[in-house]
Design a protein around this ligand. Sequence first.
Ligand SMILES: Cc1cc2nc3c(=O)[nH]c(=O)nc-3n(C[C@H](O)[C@H](O)[C@H](O)COP(=O)(O)OP(=O)(O)OC[C@H]3O[C@@H](n4cnc5c(N)ncnc54)[C@H](O)[C@@H]3O)c2cc1C
Length: 266
Amino acid sequence: MKAIHVPMAGIVNYKKVAEKMAELIQEKGGHILLNHMVESITETADEVVIDTNHGTIKGSFYINCAGLHSDRIAKLANIKTDVRIVPFRGEYYQLKPEKRYLVKNLIYPVPNPNFPFLGVHFTRMIDGTVDVGPNAVLSFKREGYLKTDFSLRDMKDVLYFKGFWKLASQYMKEGVEEMVRSFSKRQFVKSVQKLMPDIQENDLLPGPSGVRAQALKEDGTLVDDFYIVHGNRSIHILNAPSPAATASIEIGKEMIRHLEKFRLVV
Ligand SMILES: Cc1cc2nc3c(=O)[nH]c(=O)nc-3n(C[C@H](O)[C@H](O)[C@H](O)COP(=O)(O)OP(=O)(O)OC[C@H]3O[C@@H](n4cnc5c(N)ncnc54)[C@H](O)[C@@H]3O)c2cc1C
C-alpha cells in the first residue's frame, strides 16, 4: 500500500473558531482577560491567588495551559515535575500559486514512531494557499519565530537541562539533518519530493513558522502525548501536542472530568 486516501480530512479557519469560542464564553458570563501575564501564584487551603501584570485574580481553582511557558507557570505554583519545555521551530514554505493545483487536500507522511514530529507535509489552507513543511529545529527563544531570535534565559533553560543533552546525544544525526534542512532549501525539497516528486526548488516561496512547545523529560524522552499534573487547586497541561487545537473541545471536557475526579472543584 502506498497511501491512504481520507476524503473527509479537512481544515478550518482556526482564528474564526477561537473568535466563536470567545463569543460563547462571554455570552455565558465568562470574562476573557487579554495581556494579563501571570507573575505569581499562591494556592492556599481556601483559594488561589494569581498575580498578573494587570492586577490580582482570586478563584477556587485554575488550569495552566500556557503552552511554551506552561513549565514556568507550574514552577511558580511550586509544582514539581520532571519536564522542561523545549521550543522547536517549524519552518514552512508556501507552494507558488501555479503549483497549488497539485494539492487538493491535506497530504501527510507516515510519522516516524521515534519522534513526536509529523514530518514535512502539505496543508491546503482555507484560503487555497498551500503550506509545505515543517522542519523541526531547536529555537533559541521560546517565541523564536525567526532564525535570528535569541533569548539568553530561554537558552540557559535548555542547555542547563540534562534531558536536553541526553536527547542530543541520542538523536545527533537527526538534529543535524533538520538544521541542514533549515538552511538548505535543496535538502528541504528532497524531503518534499518523497511525497510529491514533481515539486522543484523554485516552486517553493518563503512561508510562515510556528514554535512547538515540546515537553522533554530529564531522561531525554520527548513526551509524545498529553502530560498533565495537578496541584491542590490546579491542573497543569505541560504537553499538548498537535492535534490539541482540533481536539480542544474534547480536551476541555477531559479537564472538567479531571477537576471532578480529583475533587478540585469545591
Ligand atoms: C507549527 C504548528 C502547527 C500546528 N498545527 C496544528 C494543527 O494543524 N492542528 C492541531 O490541532 N494542532 C496543531 N498544532 C498544535 C497546537 O497549536 C497546540 O497543540 C495548541 O495550540 C496547544 O494549545 P494550548 O492552549 O495548550 O497552548 P497555546 O495555544 O500555546 O496557548 C498558550 C497560551 O498561554 C499564554 N501564556 C503563556 N505564558 C503566560 C503567562 N505567564 N501568563 C498568561 N498567559 C500566558 C500564551 O500567550 C498563549 O495564549 C500546531 C502547532 C505548531 C507549532
